[in-house]
Design a protein around this ligand. Structure first.
Ligand code: NBP
Length: 469
């Protein structure tokens, strides 16, 4: 019997996805560039699942029912192109390749075009949820042609995470829409992680709370409006002890944050499309700063920080909780606005509410807040701020955020994402920004012209001698 589907790339994600698909009753052929990985996978992890290993591409392709459906779970970048090149001689028009890695959306755009010209169907599919999600139910964000999606919809819906609103998978949109949406998902993830880290920093260095105390607070928060996967893992992380030293695990981890690039890509795309995503941008920048450990250590000795120990009063903890909620909301506001703009610009046809729905389960940014966002999102209100209930919700948090920002300034603690959430909101809600002065400066030194508030037209003046046109 031929396999229903094939999967190439048996690192952690590929292995788990193959097992997940096989456990839903499908026969899966697998292939990996390095044969040893395939052998170990079959020996150590495959039990009753119908998983057929292959050690050359040709036999792998021949083992698949037609039209062939092949998922790639290889490293993003050149490995995807290499694998596609190896597959192509063995494929026929109508066969489907699904790239499930974190590919850059522009690469997906190019591959979609190249493969379409050869009659090969292609889906760029974001997969979120890490290795656990891949095995037990990820959030899937496939984009490409509807025809391609229809070929695998049944399988994808079965393997995706489930919530009361259905499986966490939908046809996201045309061409590279799936990978664009996955990229922004990761950008939002960066911002929320950084906001949580900033709150932790204040708890640790201003309130002097122990890891156990912080863990209990995050655990309690996770039962309320902040309920989310990232808050949940935070309280679990904070209570974990290092077996060697007995210290809290977080205290023995070096404070240098790594990144694989999806946050940076989100910021780059946002800058290109002209959509403000300051929380995401600053979360990326803060990871970069974290890398300069030596410089930070030297400078910290030169510029002693002034810290005044503050009592962790009920009010202060409430303010911290409200600030985190506010920052989380702004991360979604910026991300969804970016997706809406990309959808318009690139003709993706993304349904924003559906994107939020498939982020309700399986993925890293799943959060109770998403239910609220889904009630108010629309193409016109993609930034989610133009609604009376949202307005009341946010107004109730602003004073808290101001208190926390004041405390962070008092204690010289960096809170770039909490701060940028505040400034993003304050800029967007300010009728008269000082951009008039910037226009004047541009016109002064570069004759870049300006518009006037009192009449139509484009103007330039000679700033030292009077109006010239
Ligand atoms: P990796 O991103 O570490 O990639 C390892 C896989 O790529 C191995 O199967 C490796 O084969 C294969 N590969 C490489 Br490297 N170069 C190749 C080439 N030139 N030709 C063919 N195969 C090649 O694996 P992963 O962490 O499982 O992630 C897979 C994809 O899923 C990535 O795009 C990743 O960004 C994405 N993703 C990962 C996570 C996560 O939590 N890890 C979550 C969501 C999405 P080999 O065995 O022969 O070296």
């Amino acid at each position: 019997m031929k396999s229903h589907i094939g999967l190439i790339g048996l690192a952690v994600m590929g292995q788990n996805l193959a097992l997940n698909i096989a456990r839903k009753g499908y026969k899966v052929s697998v292939y990996n560039r390095t044969a040893q990985r395939t052998e170990e996978f079959v020996k150590n992890r495959v039990t009753n699942e119908e998983i057929e290993p292959h050690y050359d591409i040709e036999s792998f392709v021949k083992s698949l029912e037609r039209p062939r459906k092949i998922i790639l779970m290889v490293k993003a970048g050149k490995p995807v192109d290499d694998t596609i090149s190896q597959l192509l001689p063995h494929l026929e028009p109508g066969d489907l390749i699904i790239d499930g890695g974190n590919s850059h959306y522009m690469d997906t755009e190019r591959r979609f075009k190249e493969l379409s010209e050869k009659g090969i169907l292609f889906l760029g599919m974001g997969v979120s949820g890490g290795e656990y999600g891949a095995l037990y139910g990820p959030s899937l964000m496939p984009g490409g042609s509807r025809e391609a999606y229809n070929l695998v919809e049944e399988i994808l819906l079965k393997i995706a995470a489930k919530t009361e609103d259905g499986p966490c998978c939908t046809y996201v949109g045309e061409r590279s829409a799936g990978h664009f949406v996955k990229m922004v998902h990761n950008g939002i993830e960066y911002a929320i992680m950084q906001a949580i880290a900033e709150v932790y920093h204040i708890m640790r260095d201003v309130l002097s709370l122990s890891s156990e105390e912080m863990s209990s607070i995050f655990e309690e928060w996770n039962r309320g409006e902040l309920s989310s996967f990232l808050v949940e893992i935070t309280y679990k992380i904070l209570r974990k002890k290092d077996e060697e030293t007995g210290k809290p695990m977080v205290d023995v981890i070096l404070d240098k944050a790594e990144q694989k690039g999806t946050g940076k890509w989100t910021s780059q795309a946002a800058l290109d499309l002209g959509i403000p995503t300051p929380s995401i941008n600053l979360a990326v920048v803060e990871r970069v700063i974290s890398h300069f450990k030596d410089i930070r250590t030297r400078l910290s000795k030169l510029y002693n920080k002034r810290r005044s120990a503050t009592q962790g009063s009920e009010e202060f903890l409430r303010d911290l909780r409200n600030s985190l909620f506010f920052a989380m909301f702004m991360a979604f506001s910026q991300g969804m606005w970016l997706i809406a703009e990309a959808s318009k610009e690139f003709g993706y046809g993304v349904n924003l509410s559906e994107v939020l729905r498939i982020w309700k389960g399986g993925c890293i940014i799943r959060a109770k807040l998403i239910d609220t966002l889904r009630r108010y999102i629309s193409n016109e209100n993609a930034y989610l701020l133009e609604n009376e209930e949202v307005m009341n919700l946010l107004k109730g948090k602003i004073d808290s955020l101001k208190n926390i920002l004041k405390a962070s300034i008092e204690n010289e603690i960096p809170v770039p994402v909490l701060n940028s959430s505040y400034n993003y909101f304050m800029s967007l809600t300010e009728e008269r920004l000082p951009a008039n002065l910037i226009q004047a400066q541009r016109d002064f030194f570069g004759a870049h012209t300006f518009e006037r508030v009192d009449r139509e037209g484009v103007f330039h003046i000679n700033w030292e001698e009077g109006e010239i046109g």
